[in-house]
Design a protein around this ligand. Structure first.
Ligand SMILES: [Zn+2]
Ligand SMILES: [Zn+2]
Length: 350
């Protein structure tokens, strides 16, 4: 067990807000009763990693090690661990703890627990900073660890832990399925997962993207229709069409225009997180009893359900694997929408 007794591990961190990431070492807690020590294999680069490193949402905690799309293998299990054994293929998403007693926690909606602990840029119950998956190892309570089914490669599975569940949860909650018209707004890391998942659920899927640049990819991944929103006529042609629209864009959206695309009783769900407030005409909701909603990742059991769903259907993310030292350039390419569709860091290069 000696190799496992380390307390610091290599990682890539931003030393302060807006600074480039650099290689550092960070502490990991000793493996506790219910913890697993995970040797990280891959970690996805999520748009929110960039938001947080650049302090777009709220004052961050530095040094900041981003990364909440983590896959790897169990290297050590605490004595009280019952669900995992050494060597198991596992994943960790956006949460590493929550209060476990509130209504949300008891209902498996840990992501809405007011005391949930984020995988990074947060503090655990003991007040220690949490460091994410741009690292070689992480220690996580087994209750916040999921199993990666054998059918899913660890690299293409990594983005499922955030991008995948972020789309899966609202698609299930609002009933995407046969006979339903579903539109996905934005066709990047989140959007491409939305297309694959909604198609697998049996819905008729439309992509609404700024341009037709990625149309071939969209149709290949399961979209039935692909429209460029830069062509304003789309909003007239498709008025009243969709039962469900999921917006994945992190820039402010012309909500009024998109609400007009909803059928009666349709729902527009926002899963992107624009840094600026948006305004729109509430009258758009009155017509046809439309709803505007939000959704944030998913619970732990639901994340497992999503992984099993993806494994059965051979669904993974479309990825570009990079070495850790390429991470700063990758951030710039994400901001320029120059990635198809998710960067994944090979953690052995950290
Ligand atoms: Zn994310
Ligand atoms: Zn709770």
């Amino acid at each position: 067990m000696t190799i496992l007794d380390f307390t610091t591990v290599p990682a890539y961190a931003a030393p302060r807000a807006k600074a480039p990431l650099e290689r550092v070492t960070v502490p990991r807690r000793p493996v506790g009763e219910h913890d697993v020590l995970i040797e990280i294999a891959y970690v996805g680069i999520c748009h929110s990693d960039i938001h947080q490193v650049r302090d777009g949402w709220s004052p961050g905690s530095y040094p900041m090690v981003p990364g909440h799309e983590i896959t790897g293998r169990v290297l050590q299990a605490g004595p009280g661990v019952t669900r995992f054994a050494v060597g198991d293929r596992v994943g960790v998403g956006c949460l590493v703890d929550s209060c476990r007693v509130c209504a949300n926690c008891r209902a498996g909606r840990e992501q809405y627990c007011r005391r949930c602990v984020n995988t990074y840029n947060d503090h655990d119950r003991n007040g220690e900073p949490t460091y994410g998956g741009y690292s070689t190892h992480i220690v996580v309570d087994e209750a916040y660890t999921v199993r990666i089914p054998d059918g899913l490669p660890l690299d293409t599975a990594a983005p499922l832990l955030c991008a995948g569940i972020t789309l899966y949860s609202p698609l299930v909650h609002w009933g995407a399925g046969p006979g339903k018209q579903v539109a996905i707004v934005g066709f990047g890391g989140l959007g491409h997962m939305g297309v694959r998942l909604a198609h697998a659920m049996g819905a008729e899927v439309t992509v609404l993207s700024q341009s037709l640049r990625k149309k071939e990819d969209g149709l290949r991944l399961g979209a039935d229709h692909y429209w460029a929103t830069a062509d304003g006529e789309v909003f007239e042609k498709l008025a009243g069409t969709f039962d469900l629209i999921v917006s994945t864009v992190s820039a402010p959206l012309a909500l009024g225009s998109y609400l007009g695309l909803l059928a009666d009783d349709g729902v527009l769900v926002n899963v992107g997180a624009p840094e600026e407030p948006v305004s729109f005409d509430l009258g758009r909701l009155l017509q046809g009893r439309r709803s505007l909603a939000g959704s944030m990742i998913g619970g732990i059991a639901e994340t497992q359900e999503m992984l099993d769903f993806c494994a059965e259907r051979g669904i993974g993310a479309e990825i570009e694997v990079i070495r850790a030292e390429e991470v700063n350039g990758a951030f710039e390419r994400v901001l320029a929408s120059d990635v198809r569709f998710r960067f994944v860091i090979d953690a052995t290069t950290i």
